[in-house]
Ligand binder design. Structure first.
Ligand code: NAD
Ligand code: TDX
Length: 342
């Protein structure tokens, strides 16, 4: 696998994957296809060798461009998406266009040229789970975490468009013999994450003298994984995964939002209660939790960044050291949230 296309490679998780491949697989050339929406940033790829990484600024919905690029590729790793639930509640159209139509264009080009395709998706396609305390097996019993057999039941415009894109992939495998795999990962954290998202929003609030904002009571649980562990898992699936299979990626990182916020406050030397409760997200998913045994057992993958407290400390340091990266966006992001009482 010498030439790969990484869509969305200037966004948070895509750019971390590009860094991961450059650092670990010297034989691979990467073409990043990215529209550079508000969430994409060329700076995420700064310093990478130009003979290894090429950025093409363009839209995955542009059929002619996609056809031209895919023709010469060995594989497509598809990260590009509209990715933020809150934005999808305000304006779903770009989610339908990019997540559904964009995926369709890539699938058609990969089918035409018989190119290997990996589809990066989310655990949110499965909807949500009850809290651990409300389950007979305390959250670890059969059916109490997501597996590849869990039925799709997405809640938001974002997650429903990701679910729709996953289903397109499954249909292209069965109907047209596309050489594809799918991964559904839990919540990522780490460097280069847009400050609209929970963890970087709270870190940059504290650095800006703004009170952190917790939706509702903060009981909602997310299953956190460091983005570098997501990258290594995607690489294993791309190179060793069975065609047509779905792999769930997670690192047993369940925490509720209140616990995460208190950890950030403690690491940043703030009082534990120095935050405010704001209007809850409509349709807010309660709990996500991944059973990733298939990935461990079939492909031998294991996460490396399993100490969430240390990973959070490193992430806080990154945002503290890279104010120029996020400061120009901060005022507009907060103004947009405040319109919704958040
Ligand atoms: P992001 O919003 O940070 O980045 C998305 C990137 O896609 C940006 O660089 C943007 O410019 C680009 N893009 C958007 N529309 C495009 C288009 N039409 N054509 C070309 N490029 C376009 O998102 P992220 O958090 O890095 O998520 C990346 C992928 O991983 C998404 O598919 C998302 O669903 C999935 N995922 C995210 C998480 C998470 O915790 N953030 C977890 C599981 C799966
Ligand atoms: O200010 C906030 N306060 C707050 O309490 C924000 C922005 C969020 N929250 C809550 C909502 C969620 O329960 O924090 C949790 C995490 O929120 P987000 O960072 O918006 O992530 P989430 O909605 O869980 O989705 C993320 O993980 C799955 C990514 O954005 C998706 O792209 C991915 O598919």
């Amino acid at each position: 696998m010498k030439n790969i296309i990484v869509t969305g490679g200037a966004g948070f998780i895509g750019s971390n994957f590009v860094h991961y491949v450059v650092d670990n697989h010297p034989e691979v050339h990467i073409t990043v296809l990215d529209k550079l929406t508000y969430a994409g940033n060329k700076e995420n790829l700064a310093g990478l060798p130009s003979d290894r990484v090429e950025l093409i600024v363009g839209d995955i919905v542009d059929a002619e461009l996609v056809d031209r690029l895919v023709k010469d590729a060995d594989a497509v790793v598809h990260y590009a998406a509209e990715s933020h639930n809150d934005n999808s509640l305000n304006d779903p159209l770009p989610f339908v266009e990019t997540n559904i139509m964009g995926t369709y264009m890539l699938l058609e080009a990969c089918r035409k040229y018989d190119v290997r395709y990996h589809h990066v998706s989310t655990d949110e396609v499965y909807g949500d789970l009850p809290l651990r305390e409300d389950l007979p097996g305390n959250g670890d019993g059969p059916g109490e975490k997501f597996t590849a057999e869990t039925s799709y039941n997405p809640s938001s415009p974002y997650s429903s468009t990701k679910a729709g894109s996953d289903l397109l992939v499954k249909a292209w495998v069965r109907s047209f013999g596309l050489k594809a795999t799918i991964s559904n990962c839990s919540n990522n954290y780490g460097p280069y994450q847009h400050i609209e998202k929970f963890i970087p929003r709270q870190i940059t609030n504290i650095l800006s003298g703004i009170q952190p904002k917790l939706y509702g009571e903060g009981k909602n649980v997310r299953d956190w994984i460091h983005t570098n562990d997501h990258s290594s898992a995607v690489w294993e699936i791309l190179t060793k995964g069975r065609i047509g299979e779905t792999y769930l990626i997670g690192a047993d990182g369940e925490e509720n939002n209140k616990q995460v916020l208190e950890m950030i406050l403690e690491l940043m030397n703030q009082p534990k209660d120095a935050y405010e409760h704001v209007t809850d997200r409509v349709g807010h998913d309660l709990r996500y939790a991944i059973d990733s045994r298939k990935l461990h057992e079939e492909l031998g993958w294991t996460p490396q960044y399993t100490n969430f407290h240390d990973g959070l400390a490193d992430t806080i340091k990154w945002y503290t050291d890279n104010k120029d990266w996020w400061l120009p966006e901060k005022e507009a992001v907060e103004a947009s949230y405040s319109k919704n009482g958040q």
